[in-house]
Design a protein around this ligand. Sequence first.
Ligand SMILES: O=P(O)(O)OC[C@H]1O[C@@H](O)[C@H](O)[C@@H](O)[C@@H]1O
Ligand SMILES: [Mg+2]
Length: 216
Amino acid sequence: MAKEIKAFIFDLDGVITDTAEYHYKSWQSLADEEDLFFNREVNEKLRGVSRMASLEIILDGKEVDEDTKKEWTDRKNKYYQKYLEEITKENILDDMEAKLERLKNEGYKIAVGSSSRNARKVLKQLKIYDMFDAISDGNSVENAKPAPDLFLHTARNLGVEPEECVVLEDAESGVEAALAANMKAVGVGPEARVGKANLVYGNVDSIDFDEILEKL
Ligand SMILES: O=P(O)(O)OC[C@H]1O[C@@H](O)[C@H](O)[C@@H](O)[C@@H]1O
Ligand SMILES: [Mg+2]
């Protein structure tokens, strides 16, 4: 028999807030300065992918020494952090805060499971940091999504079984990580990207928690 749902684990970038545009602009600045090929299509491949792995995707096989990679990812992060200074509650997607409150009031545990090392900073800027029962970020585990480690770490911190968790994700790598962790996956975005999830919504606004609780 399916286990009862006790917790919801939310990806951050692209599910709670749309910081993807700031990641894009920051990579674009670096790419322009270093004469690397980059555009929105390449940027789509970076969804859910860690900082260094993102650079490897942009480099697309081009050989660069480790010190330079470090300097480039640091520089991209410096640009990104400048954008983060500007973000406020207004950057929360649709009625996500109300949805989180509702789940909390109904007794579900809620957590963040993000690949970003900036996740805590983002949550503080959005003024929702204290709402969560657990927060896992890009510093929490060694193996990034699509490995299940980040979500398993989150479940352990929540004190629930993986089978009792639902993960909400906008990235293919995140959906894969959730399924590999034996959790239920809700995909947010086009079928081509998140179609492997147990349930798919085209955008954050259309996420229906009654349906999720009924079907998963
Ligand atoms: O560079 P950061 O803040 O650690 O973020 C790592 C990754 O975090 C993910 O949440 C984003 O979807 C990726 O685009 C990003 O590369
Ligand atoms: Mg995401």
